[in-house]
Every structure is written in structure tokens, then in C-alpha cells.
Design a protein around this ligand. Structure first.
Ligand code: DC
Length: 209
């Protein structure tokens, strides 16, 4: 299955979503924003008044909620596309994403979603190259300077981005890390289309279909 997956990881604001979208559009493939899935689970827990530190209660939501990311992010039929980017969710999502049962439920859904696509899927997140699709056709690790990443994240601010990077990289369950065989691309000062072209070209040159 992973031969029809392009896996992209990297810290917040490294350009994952924009680049992944552009690559998917060029190839006619599907696109999966896995961060939106963790955010949607977090939002549903908060909306139900659940303590996000209650690991079992949050895991139960991750295991049972109906989730979509395309064409809009929804949870149990409710459109949460805008709400999942709030300051409250930026903080709470790190706790939810560190919950091993939540991660297991998300990984399983992500594999099922990719398997259901007729052509292929560009999947982006933090553990896609290392855990979800370690055998992907192309594995990319995007980086950029903290200053530029914070600028891209707009209102979230440098402190929040740095705090989330730290939490994502140091948690026990599937921390963000560069896979040994990932192609590392620094997107600082680079245009989305330029980075996307480099990835598409790499796929065409190295993967036979
Ligand atoms: O990509 P994003 O900023 O929307 O992701 C939100 C949070 O979700 C991020 O801080 C860490 C978590 N996440 C994760 O742990 N694993 C993924 N595959 C994707 C996101």
C-alpha cells in the first residue's frame, strides 16, 4: 500500500500542509492533513467538557468519533474547520497527541483512509515517515527557521510554536523525529510551488509505476 503514499513530516509551520496540497494537486492524488485529525479529537473532547488529561475518556472519543478532513474538517457531522485552529486547541492538542491510545486510533484510521484512495495519497504530520507509513514511496522531512515558521503561523506566535515543537519532539509516544532515510528539505525563503516541484520530480525520477 505504501507504494502509493508520499509521507511528509516536520515541525509546525515548516510548510507541510501547503506543500502536501500542491504535490497532491499536481499528481491528482488525495491529501491527508493528520494534524487536523488530532485537532478535531481535541476539540470534541473540549466541547464535551472532558478533561484532556483523562486519557481513557479522550481515547474513547478518538476511537468512536466520526471524522472527516476533506472537503472540510468535521467531527460527528459538525464543521470544525475554523475552530480547530484556536489558541485553546493549539495548547490542548499537544496533550491529546501524546496519548498512546489516541495515536493508535488515528494511525489505524490514517492507514484505512489512504488504502481507500484509488490513486495515491500525500500524507503529512509528525509520525508519518516513522510510524504510519515507514515504507512510503517518498519520505520527506521539511524544516524552516523558527522565525519563518512562526511568521507562517501568524497569530499563534513564536512562543506557542516553539512550545508545541518541544512537546511534539520530546513526548514518549511517536515523537517527531527525522527518519534516517527521509529527504530533508529546508523551506526557509522557498516558495511552496518550488518545493512541491522538487518532490514531484523526485517521485518521477526514483519511483517506477
Ligand atoms: O500539523 P498541526 O500543527 O495542525 O498539528 C497539530 C498537532 O497535532 C501537533 O502539535 C502535533 C500533533 N500531531 C501529531 O502528533 N501527529 C501527527 N501525525 C500530526 C499532528
Amino acid at each position: 500500500m505504501s507504494d502509493r503514499v508520499i509521507a511528509i513530516d516536520g515541525p509546525a509551520g515548516s510548510g507541510k500542509s501547503s506543500v502536501a496540497r500542491a504535490v497532491a494537486r499536481d499528481l491528482g492524488w488525495s491529501f491527508l492533513d493528520t494534524g487536523a485529525m488530532y485537532r478535531a479529537v481535541t476539540l470534541e473532547a473540549v466541547a464535551r467538557g472532558i478533561d484532556i488529561n483523562d486519557a481513557d475518556a479522550v481515547a474513547a472519543i478518538a476511537e468512536s468519533a466520526r471524522l472527516t478532513t476533506l472537503p472540510r474538517v468535521t467531527v460527528n457531522g459538525r464543521d470544525v474547520e475554523d475552530e480547530i485552529r484556536s489558541d485553546e486547541i493549539n495548547v490542548a492538542v499537544s496533550v491529546v497527541a501524546a496519548n498512546p491510545r489516541v495515536r493508535a486510533a488515528m494511525v489505524s484510521r490514517q492507514r484505512d483512509l489512504a488504502a481507500a484512495q484509488p490513486l495515491g495519497t500525500v500524507v503529512e504530520g509528525r509520525d508519518i515517515t516513522t510510524v504510519v507509513f515507514p515504507d512510503a514511496s517518498v519520505k520527506i522531512f521539511l524544516t524552516a527557521s523558527l522565525e519563518e515558521r512562526a511568521r507562517r503561523r501568524g497569530e499563534e506566535g513564536e512562543d506557542s510554536v516553539a512550545r508545541r515543537d518541544e512537546a511534539d519532539s520530546t513526548r514518549a509516544a511517536s515523537p517527531l523525529r527525522q527518519a534516517d532515510d527521509a529527504i530533508v528539505l529546508d523551506t526557509t525563503g522557498r516558495d511552496v510551488e518550488d518545493v512541491a516541484q522538487e518532490i514531484v520530480q523526485w517521485l518521477k525520477n526514483n519511483v517506477s509505476n
